[in-house]
Design a protein around this ligand. Sequence first.
Ligand SMILES: [Fe+2]
Ligand SMILES: [Fe+2]
Length: 303
Amino acid sequence: MNMRGNGIQFVKSGGYIKQSVANGSILNLLVQSKGFEVILHEVKEGHHWTIGPIEGWDGIEFIYLLSGSLSWLENKTKMIASTGDHLIMDPIRKDTFFTAIGNTTFLYVSTGPSFDEYNDQIKHFMNLAVAVEEKDGYTADHCQRIKDLSIKTGEKLGLSSEELYVLHIGSFLHDVGKTKIPDLILNKPSKLTNEEYEQMKKHTSLGANMLVETGIPTLKRAALIVEQHHERYNGTGYPYRLKGNEINLSSSIVGVVDSFDAMTSVRVYSRGRSLEDALEEVKQERERLFHPDVVDAFLSIMS
Ligand SMILES: [Fe+2]
Ligand SMILES: [Fe+2]
């Protein structure tokens, strides 16, 4: 960085204050000063970016598209902002879920500390969730896969932008409560005893509590998905043995996607089954363990 007599700070390309890389997107913090921030976002084709209201904050957010396009839902209508377009949110009133069409870059200007807001609070939980799934024998990209497939299924089912916003967080964090389960149980290579299994089941409510305790609206809403992702359509799930439509639809989506991923993953005690086998089992459990609409949507995106 160079400061000259005329007061111009000249920063060479790549000279960011901070950079954060997460889930197919890169955030480069260019300026953070006197109540505003400018962030250069790079979002890869098909990946997502979200914004939503923050309690007690009504700042302005501004996006200018430098390349690619962003799509989102306004009620049920699909909107597309392309290169050269800009969006002004003064303030944003609803959680909104954007999808990049082509590799997309945009300048994001905000009158609030959004860079650290996103980084510190949500990323902390995302890191926890990834770490604990690895302990439980999954590969590092388990959370990412669950999120991607849940979003695709949710889009197929016509979820609103707000619902997709919460689903992308809730699906990624579905097992974050396992951080409260003793390693001895989590790492156990053999079958769990009844007592151990009962303890393991608590990861749903424990995870939901962790998110509620943050007081962050998005995480509080995602808590429901975390709490109900092991509920099953016929009432045989946990923790509350909810049935059918008593189960939140987004939780049913994560339930199907997570079960499917567990079937196909190679872990300590399972070799991992073929894709065809696992899809057949999902189909068999339609209207038994799994919500029929979710199964139909899931099978159609997998075909
Ligand atoms: Fe789980
Ligand atoms: Fe999982």
